[in-house]
Write a protein that binds this ligand. Structure first.
Ligand SMILES: [Zn+2]
Length: 301
């Protein structure tokens, strides 16, 4: 089996990881990082994936295995998580030189040479230069000066929605290089995995109740950079299961809702993203409590 076929049929990759793997296998992306989740439904996939990598002479490095949790049920004021399986992060390299450069990049980060590190990462992952330069400049002090809370999160949401095939931070929503790259990547995925491409782009719309949880923030030394907030980027838990799972999605609003508020609304899922239109407030769950033990799965690139 080739890498692209495996990316499509594997149960252990989220859509974004499938896209990155397809782009890498098609040589559109020089290097990449993907996460493979292993649970009772796909026990053989770690072994199978590594066999395919070796057969195709792909240079890779695998992280150690870590556990991950999923929401099992929501009862009263308690959101109950359970161990669902393990995950492994894979760095895939296009050449030995890139692998060496990747470890150079990690060592630059450790030494806090951020500017140099971001530029090297930009080259390794094929990000547009304009976006890399902007990203290197966007320190928390710069962000604080340039954006209000609402503007900052609005931009993140809009970029996710507008550029579903790229995984860097665009320098602006009109960045020409990003528009072109998004189009190019979309075409590569369409060509190699047409069914998956169609499914990824399809809008799935349904009604659901949702529980308001914590808000995003940017902290420096434990303190927010926006003491005056003009919006709220909530994490909400959809009470209705989708594909047999409970989803956590982010929802940006100018309105304040107390943690535990139950909202009723319309959810539109498309790409790796969900949009929410709130219709009304139903009630408030007091003392909302998460029974979870592990941190969320880490992502990068
Ligand atoms: Zn750009």
């Amino acid at each position: 089996m080739n890498l692209i076929d495996f990316a499509i049929i594997s149960k252990g990759f989220e859509p974004v990881d499938k896209i990155k793997l397809i782009l890498f296998a098609a040589k559109a992306k020089p290097n990449t990082y993907i996460i493979l989740k292993i649970n009772p439904k796909n026990l053989g996939e770690k072994y199978q994936f590594e066999q395919i990598l070796r057969k195709n002479k792909i240079i890779f490095s695998a992280s150690r295995q870590k556990g991950y949790e999923e929401i099992k049920n929501i009862k009263g004021n308690s959101i109950n998580w359970e161990m669902a399986g393990i995950w492994v992060g894979y760095d895939l390299f296009g050449s030995k030189k890139d692998k060496k450069d990747f470890f150079r990049y990690k060592s630059m980060l450790r030494k806090h040479h951020e500017g140099m590190a971001h530029r090297l990462a930009g080259r390794l992952y094929g990000y547009p230069k304009c976006c890399v330069e902007r990203f290197a400049k966007e320190t928390s002090a710069y962000i604080k000066k340039k954006y209000s809370y609402y503007e900052f999160y609005k931009r993140l949401h809009e970029d996710d929605w507008r550029f579903p095939f790229v995984f860097h931070m665009p320098c602006s929503s009109k960045c020409r290089a990003t528009v072109a790259l998004n189009k190019k990547y979309s075409n590569v995925v369409k060509k190699h995995a047409p069914k998956f491409w169609k499914e990824y782009r399809k809008k799935k719309v349904f009604d659901s109740d949702m529980i308001v949880d914590e808000e995003s923030d940017m902290l420096v030394n434990g303190k927010t950079i926006w003491p005056e907030k003009n919006g709220h980027d909530y994490s909400v838990i959809l009470k209705k299961q989708y594909n047999g799972k409970y989803y956590l999605v982010s929802y940006l609003s100018k309105k304040f809702y107390e943690r535990g508020t139950v909202l009723s609304g319309k959810v539109t899922m498309q790409y790796h993203y969900a949009k929410i239109a709130v219709k009304r407030v139903k009630n408030i769950i007091k003392g909302l409590h998460h029974e979870r033990h592990l941190p969320m799965i880490g992502r990068k690139y």
